[in-house]
Design a protein around this ligand. Sequence first.
Ligand SMILES: NC(=O)c1ccc[n+]([C@@H]2O[C@H](COP(=O)([O-])OP(=O)(O)OC[C@H]3O[C@@H](n4cnc5c(N)ncnc54)[C@H](OP(=O)(O)O)[C@@H]3O)[C@@H](O)[C@H]2O)c1
Length: 216
Amino acid sequence: MTTVGILGGTGPAGRGVAIRLASAGYDVVLGSRDAGRAEKSAAGLRARGSGTLQGAANEGAASCDLVVIATPWDSAVLTVKDLRTQLADKTVISMVNALVREGRELVPLYPPRGSMAAQLAFALPRSTIVGAFHHLPADQMLDLDSGLDGDVVIFSDDDAARQRVADMVDEMPGLRAVIAGSMSLASAVEAFTAVCTSINIRHKVHSYVKLAGLKD
Ligand SMILES: NC(=O)c1ccc[n+]([C@@H]2O[C@H](COP(=O)([O-])OP(=O)(O)OC[C@H]3O[C@@H](n4cnc5c(N)ncnc54)[C@H](OP(=O)(O)O)[C@@H]3O)[C@@H](O)[C@H]2O)c1
């Protein structure tokens, strides 16, 4: 079975992805700047499936077959730069959104290359970047009884890599993969997270993305 590492995996976003991957049977390594913190974090998660959850330093997570970046936006590029060698020739999933809070809203920031996925692709020229998981609410991801029934919008310039990620997402409980297209959609996908989060703040809800009209 494919192993999946999560950089910054001790945060709510990384843990939410981890528990649903392990519940789908994947062996997951939560990465952290502090291996002890990651081990504690992994021990606190209860997946329901044959997959395993372990904690390690980010270097250990980066050694997995597939790697998810789940750090805050302003540390993502710095984090992966130190792990270029481990991440070379791999599919690397970015769920990173560059957002800033202004009053009751979150507003998108546009990095120099237009999106965090593009920044990460530039920082990791030997890796294949796929965007996924941007719009998911961490709390519902973490609670396997939340009734989550969400769509994961996926983009990449590499057909095989995005299909591989889509196949993995479709195995995760409560999620459906929707391939949107290429990296040119990255800034729109990331920025839409600001819309989702602002709706949740304004309406005091935990809504998420579910697209209508797709064929199953
Ligand atoms: N929260 C959500 O609902 C959600 C949903 C979809 C996507 N996202 C995206 O997922 C990413 C993570 O979100 P989050 O809410 O889990 O973030 P977070 O809790 O603020 O950070 C996640 C982890 O990143 C590590 N980290 C923090 N500062 C760092 C730094 N300066 N350098 C390196 N690592 C650092 C920390 O792990 P260690 O201290 O253990 O190293 C932390 O536990 C963000 O880019 C966010 O936009 C979030």
